[in-house]
Every structure is written in C-alpha cells, then in structure tokens.
Ligand binder design. Structure first.
Ligand SMILES: Cc1cc2nc3c(=O)[nH]c(=O)nc-3n(C[C@H](O)[C@H](O)[C@H](O)COP(=O)(O)OP(=O)(O)OC[C@H]3O[C@@H](n4cnc5c(N)ncnc54)[C@H](O)[C@@H]3O)c2cc1C
Length: 467
C-alpha cells in the first residue's frame, strides 16, 4: 500500500460510525500519514453503557454523548461528516451518505465500517410502539419521560386498577441493560420519588424483569447471575424467568410461560425492551457485495480473520457489526477491532507488511460487569468472579476511565455523588414531546401503521399511550 494515491492525494481512510469502533479507529490513525473522514448519522460519540442512567434521571445526555467533532478537533488529519450512509460502492471505492435531502459521495482507499447494532424485536417490530429499546439518546430520553410520566398519571388516576397499571414497570430482557434498568427504576421508586406524591406511594410500585431464558445475566454464568438475581429480589424487583413476551400493547404485556405454555398478562403502562440486537443493515449490504462473505442470524458480518470482507482486504468491519467467534458485542470488542484495523492500515502504508501477511485479529477478554443498584455490582475478570461493593467500585473506575473528556468525567463524578450519597437525582426533567416525538416522526414518514394508531389513540385517551 502506498500513502499517495494515483491522483496525488494522501491515502484516505473512511470510517463509518462514531461509536466505540469509529472513534477508536480515528484515534489510532490521528498521527498516521493519511486523511481520515469519519461519517456518522449521529453527531455525538455515545457511551451506551450509561444510557440507563440518562433514562433514570442520574446523568444528562451531555455527559455520555460529547460532540464527535469536538472530541476529534485536535486530530489534524480527521474530518467529521454528519450523514446516514446509504450506499457503499466497493468497486469504485465510494461511500454515499445523506443529510436531510443532500447526498455526499466520499471516495476511500481503506474503509472501516463500525455502524453497530440496533434493537431487535425478533420480527415483532410493532412492539416498539409501546416498548422502546435502549440504544440511542432519543430512546433514553423517551424512556425517562415514560417512566416519570407513568408516576404522574398514577397520581391522577381515578381507580385502583389504573393506579396499579401506571405504577407497574415491565423490563423485557435480563441482560446487563435490563438488570441495570430494573434496578434503577426500583431505586427511583423507592428512594428518589418516595414521599413526592400525595395520591400514591411510589414505594408500592411493581418493577417486573421478564426473561425468556432460565437465568438472569446468563452469559456471566450461574454464580454472578445468581448474585444479581438475589440482589434484585432483595430490592423488590420481581424476576420472571422462562417467560416469553408474546404481545405488547398500550395497557401491558402478554407472556407465555416457556415451560408450561400458560399465557398470562401483566397490566403495565410503561414497558422497556432490552431483549435482543440486530446488526446495522449496512452489514447485509457489504456481505452481499463482497465475494462470498455471509451474515449471521443477527445480521452481523462473518468477517475474515483480519476483520475484512472476502475479496476486499481494504474494507474492515469492526465492533458490534462484526461476527467473530468468542468476541462479545461489547465496547472492548469494538475498541480492539478498530485498533487492529487501524494498525494494519498503518503498517501497510509504511511497507512493513502486505495484506496477505496480516496476523489474525486476536481478542483479549478483559471481563464484564453490570451494576444492580448503588454500591452493588457483579464483575467477572478472567476466572475471577465477584459481586457487591468491590465490584461496584471496579465498575465506577472503569466507566470513568472510558468516558470521553475530562469535563464529562468531573461532571459525572459530581452527579454520581449527588445520586448515590443522597436520594435526589439531578436530571429529572422530561417533556411530553420526548414520549411522542418518535411516534410522530414515524407517522409523519407515513410508514408505520402502529405509530399512527398510537397517536390517534392519544387524541382520545392520552393515558393509553403515555406509558
Ligand atoms: C444500553 C447498552 C448498554 C451497554 N452496556 C455495556 C457495558 O456495560 N459494557 C460494554 O462493554 N458494552 C456495553 N454495551 C455494548 C457497547 O456499547 C457496544 O458493544 C459498542 O457500543 C459497540 O460499538 P460500535 O462502534 O460497534 O457501535 P456503536 O457504539 O453502536 O456505534 C455505531 C455508530 O454508527 C453510527 N451509524 C449507524 N448506522 C449508520 C449509518 N447508516 N450511517 C452512518 N452512521 C451510522 C451510529 O450513529 C453510531 O455512531 C452496551 C450497549 C447498550 C445499548
């Protein structure tokens, strides 16, 4: 590889996505003799692991989502373009992105695609109308408004039946996100909002964590899963295992017991979906245009050992979009994949290796963790598994380390101090628009019947669709 192209310009690396994969790719290329163009459909670098704290009023969006443009301001070789990538032409080496109605075509010599994954409803996309996921800033704000809005509606409710429905919260999926959310909704009800209402007692709320499998935090193993389960129950969270959600509507969820086949209902205004992921559609596009690369069931790209697609050694797929055995869909997988891709490009530009000489990507598992409540987490590092306060301290330190920017870290420490040492939370603002904006946009785009129906219901009975 040469760092000057036929046209005389420097070698250009286009990076798609500004999540962990995209940002760390740009970071590792910042001193290389290349031009980097980072294209993303969001203007921020979103720290997804703390989204649940935005949803539950602990952090503001600014702390977990700094503007990418400002993060990379000092990377002299990097340009940031806002745009939703619509097309990747592997033969002519161009990426086409769209911002509103304007298309931009960006040529590349090397390409790193890190467009991540989105929520999957396993073919039941209509559930999204009433049970938003937790992938974006919009999701977290919508959820905050739905959670707090439900308490407000409970205060106004005329019947006990309505009060119960508005103070029942169902979280679907007992992975780290579901566990963290259920724990925080419970703390919100039992600590932050306690004594703040006159017609209801928020401490009598019901938080139900519904899981299709037979364990909480199944990938972390029985010991840590068991600890998390016990701690959740101690906090008053109802954990329902072997429970498949078969229906979601304005008033609640329908559940099928996967062991007995029995069907039951939980009446709940506020539902959250954290049960599955589906890779960005760009994965399928890349695979179809490659020379034989496939995608897995979740739409992730089954990459070559050097994280490229078949026939295109200059096109890397990293992060949640790549399928590599043993690499989980976690921040470390994305960071390490992006670093590896950037290193290959740099080495080849310096003439130190050819694509055929690349050593395969090797993932170093640095462990995983999840918080359950303040001062309580579970942590797994290599063979070491532990829970409780020590794990929570480890969680605290790690998340602060990976938060981008000193300002974010300082403000976050302050917000955590306020939230964890006392009862209050600093980010309890919520507006009606946060609940309805997504539905309105979907209805405006004219492609979602459920969203239109939900909005129409809003006109006649706002209680039906607020939660
Ligand atoms: C709620 C939640 C909690 C999590 N908790 C943890 C945790 O505790 N620990 C952990 O290690 N991991 C956690 N993860 C997983 C971790 O966040 C992901 O593994 C990681 O973000 C993947 O990085 P990525 O760069 O592949 O994708 P992402 O971070 O998802 O970034 C994708 C980027 O691509 C952009 N994009 C998407 N489509 C397009 C397009 N068509 N055109 C242009 N840009 C596009 C997006 O705007 C975004 O900037 C969590 C994830 C979630 C959702």
């Amino acid at each position: 590889m040469s760092n000057a192209t036929a046209g005389g310009r420097r070698h250009r690396v286009v990076v798609v996505g500004s999540g962990f994969g995209g940002l760390f790719a740009a970071r590792h290329l910042r001193r290389a003799d290349v031009d980097v163009v980072l294209i993303s459909k969001t203007s921020t670098h979103l720290f997804q692991p703390l989204l649940y704290q935005v949803a539950t009023g602990i952090l503001s969006t600014g702390e977990i989502a700094p503007a990418t443009r400002l993060v990379v301001r000092k990377y002299a070789n990097t340009q940031v373009l806002l745009g939703d990538v619509q097309d990747i032409d592997l033969v002519n080496r161009t990426v086409t992105s769209r911002l509103l109605s304007q298309d931009t075509v960006t040529p590349f010599d090397s390409l790193i695609v890190a467009t991540g994954a989105q929520q999957s409803y396993f073919g039941n996309d209509q559930f999204a109308t009433y049970a938003p996921g937790m992938k974006t800033i919009d999701d977290a704000l919508e959820l905050r408004a739905r959670i707090l809005g439900s308490f407000e509606e409970a205060e106004l409710a005329q019947t006990q039946e309505d009060r119960d429905r508005f103070t029942t919260f169902v979280v679907v999926g007992a992975g780290p996100t579901g566990v963290e959310l259920a724990g925080q909704i419970s703390e919100l009800a039992n600590r932050t909002l306690a004594g703040a209402f006159r017609s209801i007692d928020s401490r009598e709320s019901r938080v139900v964590l519904v899981e299709g499998a037979n364990a909480v935090l199944a990938p972390m193993g029985p010991k840590l899963g068991g600890k998390a389960h016990a701690q959740l129950e101690k906090m008053g969270v109802e954990v329902q295992l072997n429970s498949m959600v078969t229906g979601v509507d304005a008033r609640g969820v329908t559940i099928k017991d996967s062991q007995t086949g029995d069907i039951r209902r939980i009446e709940a205004a506020c539902k959250v979906w954290s049960a599955g992921v589906q890779a960005s559609p760009l994965g399928k596009m890349l695979a179809e245009r490659s020379k034989g690369t496939e995608t897995d069931r979740a739409g992730r790209v089954v990459v070559e050992p050097d994280l490229t697609i078949k026939g295109y050694p200059n096109v890397f797929v990293v992060g949640d979009l790549m399928a590599v055995p043993g690499v989980p869909g976690m921040a470390q997988g994305a960071i390490q994949g992006a670093t590896y891709a950037a290193e290959q490009i740099k080495k080849e530009l310096k003439g130190k290796q050819t694509p055929a000489e690349r050593k395969p990507f090797h993932y170093l598992n640095k462990g995983s963790m999840a918080t359950i409540s303040r001062f309580n987490a579970v942590c797994q590092i290599g063979k070491l598994e532990f829970g409780g306060f020590l794990a929570w301290l480890a969680w605290l330190a790690l998340h602060l380390y990976y938060l981008i920017g000193y300002r974010s870290r300082i403000v976050t420490v302050f917000q955590w101090f306020v939230s964890f040492s006392g009862r209050n939370r600093g980010q309890m603002a919520a507006t009606e628009q946060w609940v309805f904006a997504r539905l309105a946009l979907e209805a405006l785009n004219g492609n979602d019947e459920d969203a239109r129906e939900a909005l129409e219901e809003t006109g006649t009975d706002s209680k039906e669709s607020t939660g």
